[in-house]
Design a protein around this ligand. Structure first.
Ligand code: MRU
Length: 352
């Protein structure tokens, strides 16, 4: 089966010197695109979840750096680097857990340091390269991950990891796309992913567009579904992978991994090496974003709990490496991840 018609959505677009983001807060009801010309507004869009997903926010921040440099060069061409510093800091700290944000701004900082004269053309080229390399990495991971599937069946996934969450094609959803095209995946269970409902609003939207059969399940139904049999793999993305292979991802991933191990379902994490943070020894040191309690206490703007009830809203959790069967990156796969295997992976050259 050809993959024509698969992956035809883009969440982030740079055109004629302006940044365009598909407003993911409005999906699936409405496809609205917002135009950005200021770095401060781009940081706000990342904070407010207009754009979300680890690689997508990194790519967005890279384009934000281009906008910051344009403004700084226009107002202060002699000291434009100092002029844009506050914008850079605003972009790299817009959200705390996904390391792709700091990684992308770090790579743009190196380009900022090297450029001479008007910085915009060189920085725009670098941001575009980050974007295109992410799509290429996702395509490579799709092939690698699908190649690990020796049985045909259903898979379960959590949150959104598709074209919307990346430069295009997706991490875990990229493997699902490639696995479907290869005939290894028959259909997908998508966890709804409370409280933002990325599974319901985004993953199901992408899969329906691609013609890949999808059934939505409440997060609490995953153990029951896996107990029933027929699920070959649980497949997720990641926001940051520590040097020992511990994985930060959307809240609920840890519970899914515990349940998968209990039911003999293999657990695959798919992430580009821009998500690997070798400076962090273990998951215990990864900062976990706590979002407003109101996101849990309401649904579609309506209260779902009595006045006076409190709520906790950690947006991510840590899955210990011991619960992960395999990590798939564009540099290759790591079975039974640990510190030694992760170091060996990161020592491999990036694919040409
Ligand atoms: O809060 P979000 O929607 O930005 O969280 C996104 C996730 O947790 C994804 O699973 C993750 O970024 C991995 S792959 C794109």
């Amino acid at each position: 089966m050809s993959d024509r018609g698969i992956d035809n959505v883009r969440a982030v677009l740079w055109r004629d010197g302006l940044l365009y983001l598909l407003d993911q807060r409005r999906l699936p009801a409405e496809e609205m695109i917002i135009q950005y010309s200021e770095a401060g507004e781009v940081a706000g869009a990342i904070r407010d979840m207009v754009v979300r997903g680890a690689p997508a926010i990194g790519i967005t921040a890279a384009y934000g750096v281009v906008l910051a440099a344009r403004r700084a060069w226009a107002v202060n061409p002699t000291d434009w680097r100092r002029e844009m510093e506050a914008d850079l800091q605003g972009l790299e700290t817009a959200r705390p857990t996904a390391v792709n944000l700091a990684w992308a701004v770090g790579r743009m900082r190196a380009a900022v340091a090297a450029v001479e004269g008007d910085p915009e053309p060189a920085l725009a080229a670098e941001a575009l390269a980050i974007h295109e390399e992410d799509i290429a990495a996702n395509r490579a991971m799709g092939e690698l991950g699908a190649g690990l599937m020796d049985a045909t069946g259903r898979v379960i996934t959590h949150c959104n990891t598709g074209s919307l969450a990346t430069g295009g094609y997706g991490t875990a959803l990229g493997v699902i796309r490639s696995g479907f095209v290869a005939g290894r995946i028959t259909s997908v269970y998508a966890d709804e992913t409370r409280p933002w409902l990325q599974g319901a609003r985004l993953t199901a939207w992408e899969l329906v567009k691609d013609g890949i059969p999808v059934e939505l399940i409440a997060d609490g139904a995953a153990a029951h579904i896996m107990k029933g049999g027929g699920v070959t793999w649980a497949i997720t993305g990641s926001d940051r992978i520590a040097a020992n292979g511990d994985v930060a991802n959307k809240i609920g991933t840890y519970g899914l991994a515990v349940n998968a191990r209990h039911h003999g379902v293999r657990f695959m994490v798919v992430a580009p090496t821009s998500t690997v943070d070798m400076a962090i020894a273990s998951g215990a040191d990864i900062p976990i974003e706590e979002r407003p309690a109101g996101e849990v206490l309401t649904m579609a703007g309506q209260p779902i709990a009595p006045p006076g009830a409190g709520a906790r809203n950690p947006a991510f959790d840590i899955t210990p490496a011991a619960l992960i069967d395999v990590i798939v990156t564009e540099r290759g796969v790591v079975w039974n991840p640990d510190a030694e295997a992760m170091a060996a992976l990161m020592a491999r050259p990036a694919p040409a």
